[in-house]
Write a protein that binds this ligand. Sequence first.
Ligand SMILES: C[S@@+](CC[C@H](N)C(=O)[O-])C[C@H]1O[C@@H](n2cnc3c(N)ncnc32)[C@H](O)[C@@H]1O
Length: 227
Amino acid sequence: MQNPAKVRGIFSSIAARYDLANHLLSGGLDFLWRARAVRMVDKWHPHSVLDLATGSGDLALAMQKAMTQAHIIGADFCLPMLQIAARKKLSPLVVADGTNLPFADNSFDAVTVAFGLRNMESWPGALREISRVLRPGGHLLLLDFSMPRPPLDAAYRLYLHRILPRFAGLLTGHRAGYEYLGESIEAFPSGKAMLDLLGSADFSAPHAHPLAAGIVSIYTAEKPSIP
Ligand SMILES: C[S@@+](CC[C@H](N)C(=O)[O-])C[C@H]1O[C@@H](n2cnc3c(N)ncnc32)[C@H](O)[C@@H]1O
């Protein structure tokens, strides 16, 4: 659970270099993670998709390219991030807070959130709001960092807290933003804990798909057809 003003401030200050930092820090793996997410969403054949916390828009753009029949809306509460997405011609874009969305109940066939839920003030609150805007039987896909299992977790912690902030600080000029990244990854539910959180938010059929030795996971779940 995060402070929204702090989170918006961090993303406002790193927006201009966000994409570059992402690609370099993941060694380009972020393209593969998104491509995997797009393939999963595509299998649901959605007509309407909300990409929440769309940021600079890369997941929404990848979906738009692969799923030409689908109507994709990008939403984020940080204007400088959306301005980067707008420069890439992503449209429509909506300034919106994930915990209080300006959409009617049952509006979307699918909601995607890549590296976004972790940054929200209330994870259960955001999941409730996502469920509200999803139609019954609609699908949720979360893509986010997770903690690998022992013994890899120790090396990953060293990278997260010692190496990443220094390197990303040099790249973006905002070391504090990447100190926050490591802290937020540690605090975020991972694996079974995320499946439990999805279950407690009344999503059905929660599944975890760990990628890259577990440093990233895709979680999928459904809004039950009959409440
Ligand atoms: C790490 S970026 C992810 C951007 C993009 N989805 C991606 O995969 O590159 C996290 C994004 O979440 C947005 N965000 C954080 N909290 C939010 C909230 N409560 N409502 C909407 N967007 C939020 C931030 O503004 C930021 O653009």
